[in-house]
Design a protein around this ligand. Sequence first.
Ligand code: DHB
Length: 321
Amino acid sequence: MAAPIKNKVKTSFTLRGVEFKNRVFVASGTFGYGDEVRTLVDVSRLGGIFTKSLSWKPRAGNPPQRIVETASGMLNSIGLANIGVHTFIEQKLPYLRALDTRIIANIAASSLQEYCDILGLLEEQEGIAAYEINVSCPNVKEGGLNFGTDCSMTGKITASLRKLTHKALIIKLTPNVTHISEFARAVEAEGADAVSVINTLIGMAIDIKTRKPKLSTVTGGLSGPAIKPVALAKVYEVAKSVKIPIFGIGGIASAEDAIEFLLAGATAVQVGTMNFVDPAISVKIADGLATYAREHGISDMGTLVGALDADLKFSVLQSWL
Ligand code: DHB
């Protein structure tokens, strides 16, 4: 007897005219430049790879200790260590552009001019589908959170970059502000195509024997499953406030987690810290999403986006949105 035909589930979506084949991505800084893990992960199953943040010049990053394991998560203070945009173009982009997935270049900078210079240079290259703008690194003295916690600066960076590209601009927002939705509204108004919600939460760990901070920079960015409920609430808040798509990110470890983010209003998800536990987890999550869709008679994953069934009468958030 012939095997039953499996219903085909539509997993793709489009952003600024570019089709992404899946709603599951790997997050910046957790997947290197894709080459280290090439034998472990079938990246052609993913929507795309967000590169490690690229600065104009190479950066050595912060001194050790740069990573501390925490309950259900990790604290990092890498300090934007990266090879710099020129070496990226020479040594990594040729490999990346040949992959059967989309490449989203993540850009970090310590001045408005540096953001513009990096994006301008990347614009001349083939093989980049979109840009993610990191205005929210918690681990550097210049740029980083100084920009990402200043709503008018975040808007200004978006407006300046918008003038330089027709490709999708995705602004990665920090949760370390009072109302993340104000920032989402500001970047939407300046022409952003999407937002990534959320970057890491500022955290700290202390060695009680030495009474010293465990991280060289004292504080760092908390990520992993510990932050998932916070991230989900931020995605929900932003989804209620803007029309542009949201890349949900924060502690996603399973297909169930990814579905929660879609229901809260994310168009797609990024898997971050869990790549360090299992480099192939993103593909397993993509598989799990498709299985869920088939089991629930869903023909297009897009129908899950924002499909949360909530009684807004009881919503606390609603009162200040
Ligand atoms: C770094 C850490 C982050 O949490 C982030 O979002 C970006 C960069 C870093 O220290 O390199």
